[in-house]
Design a protein around this ligand. Structure first.
Ligand code: ADP
Ligand code: MG
Length: 214
């Protein structure tokens, strides 16, 4: 137990996310092959590998500066829809996470919320549009609800992982209304959304890296 998330913890989260994306690169690409253009795994893997290199260039960065770097790196290295969207997520996350560490649990959760709001501002996704939003939003709602109910951080994070997984699975039956998959209309139904799948990995990696942090 400690009293918040340190910069080292935050870097660890990004390292675990990069590893999980690498391990799931083929899956993400297969999912995108079904309803998109088969590049989501490659896109995300390239972007996160660039993030790991970029992190080495800012060893003394505050949490805010760290995520500013992450966001800019993703925007500049990941093509397609997901680069600007994940880039915006991390830029807004950084704007809200602040310069002080350790970051208290409630502030970490608020930074996730700010990141999600950025994704919505950028991509205009609504619930049920079959996007990354459909995994991220339920996860952040669950985290907030758990913390508001006085749950310990580890339990609230576990709930968030479950909610992200459920949200990811729920995209299978959704009709895509945003991004490339929307071009397929009804034919997008029956396929799991690649972005919701990578977003669930982002939440799972937070749980893995930060479970004992706050
Ligand atoms: P592209 O579709 O440009 O090839 P990717 O394949 O990397 O980009 O990412 C596709 C994912 O991006 C989708 O599965 C979806 O989750 C997400 N996405 C696409 N458009 C939006 C949007 N407007 N808002 C939120 N997420 C979106
Ligand atoms: Mg794609």
């Amino acid at each position: 137990m400690s009293d918040g998330v340190t910069r080292t913890d935050l870097e660890h989260w990004l390292q675990v996310f990069a590893k999980q994306v690498e391990d799931n690169k083929e899956l993400l690409t297969e999912l995108d092959a079904a309803i998109g253009d088969a590049d989501h795994g490659v896109n995300m893997d390239r972007g996160l590998k660039a993030v790991l290199v970029a992190l080495e260039q800012v060893p003394q960065a505050t949490p805010a500066a760290l995520f500013n770097k992450v966001g800019l790196t993703l925007v500049s290295t990941v093509g397609g829809a997901s680069g600007p969207l994940y880039g915006t997520f991390f830029l807004r996350f950084g704007g809200a996470v602040g310069d002080e560490e350790p970051v208290p649990a409630t502030q970490f959760a608020a930074a996730l919320r700010a990141g999600l709001d950025g994704v919505v501002a950028r991509g205009k996704a609504e619930p049920g549009d079959k996007t990354m939003y459909d995994a991220l939003a339920p996860a952040i709602d669950a985290l907030d609800a758990g913390l508001a109910a006085g749950e310990v951080w580890a339990d609230a994070l576990t709930r968030a992982v479950d909610a992200a997984s459920a949200g990811r699975e729920a995209t299978i039956e959704m009709l895509a209304r945003k991004g490339r998959a929307s071009y397929l209309g009804e034919r997008s139904i029956g396929h799991q959304d690649p972005g919701a799948t990578s977003a669930a990995l982002l939440v799972a990696s937070a749980n893995e890296a930060l479970h004992d942090c706050a």
